[in-house]
Design a protein around this ligand. Structure first.
Ligand SMILES: [Zn+2]
Length: 220
């Protein structure tokens, strides 16, 4: 599917959600009633998102990218059982990214499940200019170097100066782009060709931009 096609599909989906959605959780109802109007409020309060529609409503520019799809075959008593496994990343290219997986007998359903799961895992990415060569103070990179791990893969994200671009593999470029990071270097170690572990390692590194407390925060 082309990127254009995907964007169109999600623009449409976002509209459908506000018209027909029946929230099942109290957070969902608060959003529908307009008592919570931004993603920031959810993160500041430390609330948990249990309905993917919440993310579509609060981040109308959300885009998604299929990171990985594979066919898994399992031998059971009843014969061979095959399922598709998908990993999907979502992001608004402005500080929010989610990654999730899904399994189903049909590719389309596996991708749909993964996309919903990615929304539930949405995370805030703290950006800034942590490059000593740049120091522009804008949010084109990260504030500091972060590392992430998953399985046998480790990845390090290093802030870069404006105009550098993403010095990264294809999967990392897609995810960093969805998060809204424009300039950074990446270093990876271990089984980096294992896309599922690799993508979760990047997600881990991006989440740490938010969870790490910087000396600036102690002053505040
Ligand atoms: Zn800069």
């Amino acid at each position: 599917m082309s990127r254009r096609g995907r964007e169109k599909r999600y623009a449409r989906r976002g509209k459908d959600v506000s018209e027909t959605w029946m929230p099942k959780t109290s957070l969902g109802r608060m959003i529908q009633e307009g008592r919570i109007t931004s993603m920031e409020e959810i993160f500041v309060e430390g609330l948990r998102i249990r309905e993917p529609e919440i993310v579509d409503l609060l981040l109308p520019d959300l885009q998604e990218e299929v990171i990985f799809v594979t066919l898994v075959q399992k031998q059971t008593d009843a014969g061979e059982k095959s399922q598709f496994k998908a990993i999907v990343a979502v992001g608004n290219r402005d500080g929010y990214i989610g990654l999730g997986g899904g399994k189903a007998r049909q590719v389309r359903n596996a991708i749909e499940k993964a996309a919903a799961n990615a929304r539930l895992n949405i995370s805030y990415v703290r950006r800034g200019c942590g490059s000593w060569e740049c120091r522009c103070g804008k949010s084109h990179s990260m504030l500091f170097q972060t590392a992430g791990k998953c399985g046998g893969v480790e990845i390090i994200l290093v802030p870069g100066p404006r105009g550098l671009g993403l010095v990264a593999s294809e999967t990392a470029k897609v995810m960093l782009g969805l998060a809204g990071i424009k300039d950074c270097w990446t270093r990876s170690f271990g089984a980096t060709r294992t896309i599922p572990s690799f993508s979760y390692a990047i997600f881990d590194a991006l989440k740490k931009t938010y969870s790490l407390v910087t000396p600036q925060d102690w002053v505040r």
